[in-house]
Design a protein. Structure first.
Length: 206
């Protein structure tokens, strides 16, 4: 294995980023590892859960982006890493970690990964998944209520207070750095197929 290709997949909350990332991962099987920015939320063990739920998780300061950058650099140098595990129900990091081995393709997924210049510059291909705001809100409600144990009221309150304003500050303006914009979310088969074809071409050049 020579050069490691780093692919960044960004977009608004519930835009379909994970769907796109998983489609790429399915195509390349064991040649791909996925790192989500969400794994790198800062721990808040010093706070009771009643205080953790009040924090703004949609601001760059909510993430340990420095560790994510260092982990990507280690993988590019063909070193294995131990990535964090985050609990959405406890709103903090768990004690356990997950070993990630070097791979030919590293996918970095997250709604705020283009905001950080050093992180962005590690990426060989930058993808922005562009989905209508109303559809993203509906998806977020379904996901957070069904998968993360949230109440409908809490999801809507968080969306209005932090998700939407932070999206306008730290997500949408950085779409300009994308090499590829995939409209209509993760179900755009034509765009994803073209992306996979491009990745294959890059891999063939190595």
């Amino acid at each position: 294995m020579k050069n490691v290709i780093v692919i960044g997949v960004s977009g608004g909350s519930a835009s379909g980023k994970t769907t796109v990332a998983n489609r790429i991962k399915e195509e390349y099987k064991d040649s791909v590892e996925l790192l989500s920015h969400d794994f790198y939320y800062l721990p808040h063990d010093d706070l009771p859960i009643s205080e953790r739920v009040k924090l703004n998780y949609d601001h760059p300061n909510a993430f340990d982006t420095g560790k994510l950058i260092n982990d990507i650099k280690q993988l590019k140098q063909l070193n294995a890493i131990e990535r964090p595990v985050y609990s959405y129900t406890e709103h903090t990091r768990l004690a356990e970690t997950v070993k990630v081995n070097p791979a030919k393709v590293i996918i970095v997924e997250g709604f705020m990964i283009f905001e950080n210049t050093e992180l962005r510059e590690l990426m060989d291909i930058k993808i922005f998944v562009d989905t209508d705001a109303d559809e993203r809100l509906m998806r977020r409600i379904i996901r957070d209520v069904n998968e993360r144990g949230r109440t409908l009221e809490s999801v809507i309150t968080q969306y209005a207070n932090t998700v939407k304003p932070m999206h306008e500050l730290f997500v949408e303006p950085y779409k300009k750095y994308a090499d590829i914009i995939i409209p209509r979310g993760g179900m755009n088969d034509i765009a994803i197929d073209l992306l996979i074809h491009r990745i294959k071409a890059i891999l063939a050049e190595d």
